[in-house]
Structure formats: C-alpha cells, structure tokens
Design a protein around this ligand. Structure first.
Ligand code: TRP
Ligand code: SF4
Length: 329
C-alpha cells in the first residue's frame, strides 16, 4: 500500500500582478510540489484587508488576476486544490475560536509584526485585525490539517505561532490538529532592476504579464556590476544581477562565454542585456499564451475557483465539526 500523500498548504495575498520575485519565491516551488503532495493553494483576500482596509476597490480584480497568473505559470486545478479564502466562511469561525485561546503577548512579540509596523509607517496598522494576522493564518493552515507550509523566511514567525496555537488547542480540548512544519523555499538570488529586493512598492519588478517591450525596456534599465562604469572596464558577473537572470534563462555555453568575456571587457552590458532580455521574453512566451487563453474565457476561471472552493470547503467543514465537538459548543 502506498502511504497517504502529505498535505501541503500555502497562500498569497492578492496585492497585485505576480512578478518574477513571487514566481521564484513561491509559485515555482508550488508547481513542483503539486507532483508529489496533496496540495491546497489559496488566495488570502481577507489577509489583504489587514493592510489595505481603506482602499478595497482592486482586491476582487487582483484575486482573478492572481488565479490567472497561477494557472498560466503551471499550477494545475487537476493536481491541486485552488481556492479563495473569503469564500470559505469556516476560516472565520476557526479564527474566532482560536483568538479566544491566543495570548496577545505571542502576537505582540512577533518580529514580522514589529517590522511591518515600522516599514509601512504610511499606513495605520494599529488595528485588531493586523495584530491578529497570524491567528487567521493559523486558522487557514490547521483547518486543512496541513503537514507542511511552503513559505519564505519572513513568514516563519507566523508558522511558529501556528504551531503554538495548534498545540495549545490540543492541550485544552484534545488532539484535533497536527503541528504543521514550515518548508523554506530555496530561491535564486534575482533582485529588482534597481538591485533592491523585487517588490511592487519599489517599482522595480518584472511582471509575468509584462509585454516583450516592457521587458526590453526594464532590462535595459537594469543596474549591472556597479563597479563597471565603461564598456572598456572589466566586469564581475558574480555581483551582477543581469548575470543571475542569465543563470535562469540562458544556455550553459552562452553563460560561460559571457562570464569570460565580461571579465576581460569583451562584451558590453548593452549586448549582454539584449541576449538576456530575448531569452527571458522567450521563457515567458508560453505563460503569456496561457494568460490570453484564460483571459478570453472567464467562465473557465470561474469554474476552476468554484470546483476548488467546493473541495476545500468540504475538508474545512469536517474539521469544524471536530472542533465544535472538542470545544463542546
Ligand atoms: N501571510 C502569507 C503571505 O503574506 C499569506 C498567507 C495567508 C499564508 N495565509 C496563509 C501563507 C497560510 C501560508 C499559509 O505571504
Ligand atoms: Fe553584468 Fe553582463 Fe554587464 Fe557583465 S556584461 S556586468 S554580466 S550585464
């Protein structure tokens, strides 16, 4: 008999179109995992409200765009359960129950919480919902009894709190939940075009949905080896963001040539970038084709969301029956 597949769950907040940082930071890894695990992937639209509660006008469109990005990049509705958090009200019920047993001190000392409050100083994040972000996330995860949660390092404090909450629940009411493990995503070191972390808010991102012209123009503006001022100066690919991109999109032989030629100033950054931009455009070609397909067929996208949500809801309802009976309420 084959062992039961491990269940993996992860989510993304619908804050805008997906960029290459999101692709390599999470999605590419999800696409691999769906071959091996029982995967649940969802759009955390309630979590998007924790920081954009004043301006909610774009969230619904971002949700749809994000599902299209996922499908176009290769997430498969046959292999994975794909759904939207706010369509499954059971998450909110479990969130409420978990909030009764979560000490506020666990939330106040959360390093991600403190970081965000300082970093996003233009927003008033002194809300109850923002403090409770990890409690909602814990509900998202344990309602499906997930074994593993693929996340970036910034989310590890949240998965730790999830484990603590699950343990506390089990101690009080009897064992209902497994303690999920964070699975850290290995990511290539690509940065935004200005060499900062790729992020929508820095305006330095290359999006999966960018047109070939967008890509050419962004790549031409990419900062290369900062020490290389002129074409006649030798460059150092080891510190060059363009070279990191080559490692993802260019064949090995060309990479070796560029590596040598850059170091003895035989190739200039303009030409080097042109080669990379062409390869990147080619790699994104099939994703763009699929996007066009789904954009022209909104009913298929809708159907995928409904099917995935129904499947997830059945699991969530079953867990909630166990939860209510454990709490005797
Ligand atoms: N907090 C996650 C992020 O911003 C999104 C998220 C919400 C999530 N609920 C989750 C991720 C549950 C994993 C599991 O990236
Ligand atoms: Fe970077 Fe290429 Fe310029 Fe070398 S030639 S510094 S690898 S962009």
């Amino acid at each position: 008999m084959t062992a039961k597949k491990k269940r993996i769950l992860s989510g993304m907040r619908p804050t805008g179109p997906l960029h290459l940082g999101n692709l390599y930071g999470a999605l590419a890894n999800w696409i691999k995992m769906q071959e091996e695990y029982d995967c649940f992937f969802f759009i955390a639209d309630w979590h998007a409200l924790t920081s954009s509660y004043e301006d909610t006008g774009s969230i619904a469109d971002y949700v749809r765009q994000m599902i299209i990005d996922w499908l176009s990049a290769g997430l498969s509705p046959e292999k994975s359960t794909i759904f939207v958090q706010s369509h499954i009200k059971e998450h909110a019920e479990l969130f409420l129950l978990l909030s009764m047993i979560t000490p506020t001190s666990w939330l106040e000392r959360n390093p991600t919480y403190k970081d965000q409050i300082t970093q996003l100083s233009n927003k008033d994040l002194s809300t109850y919902g923002f403090l409770g972000y990890p409690v909602l996330m814990a509900a998202d995860i344990i309602i499906y009894k997930a074994d593993g949660v693929p996340v970036g390092v910034d989310q590890v404090p949240h998965t730790e709190i999830t484990r603590e909450i699950a343990r506390r629940f089990n101690n009080f009411y009897g064992k209902v939940f497994p303690e999920p493990e964070a699975i850290l995503t290995q990511t290539p070191k690509i940065l935004g075009i200005d060499r900062r972390k790729m992020s929508k808010s820095y305006d330095n991102a290359i999006y999966l949905s960018d047109t070939p012209n967008d890509i050419k123009s962004k790549v031409s503006r990419m900062i290369t080896d900062p020490q290389r001022a002129r074409k006649s100066d030798p460059g150092n690919p080891d510190v060059c963001n363009v070279f990191e991109f080559h490692k993802l999109y260019t064949d090995d032989q060309t990479i070796n040539e560029i590596n040598e030629q850059c170091r003895c100033a035989q190739i200039g950054c303009v030409d080097c970038k042109k080669i990379m931009a062409e390869n990147l455009i080619e790699a994104l070609g099939p994703i763009n084709e699929k996007r066009k397909y789904y954009e022209a067929r909104p009913e298929i996208v809708e159907e995928i969301i409904v099917t995935g949500t129904d499947k997830a809801r059945r699991v969530a309802r079953k867990t909630m029956e166990e939860v209510r009976s454990a709490i005797k309420i």
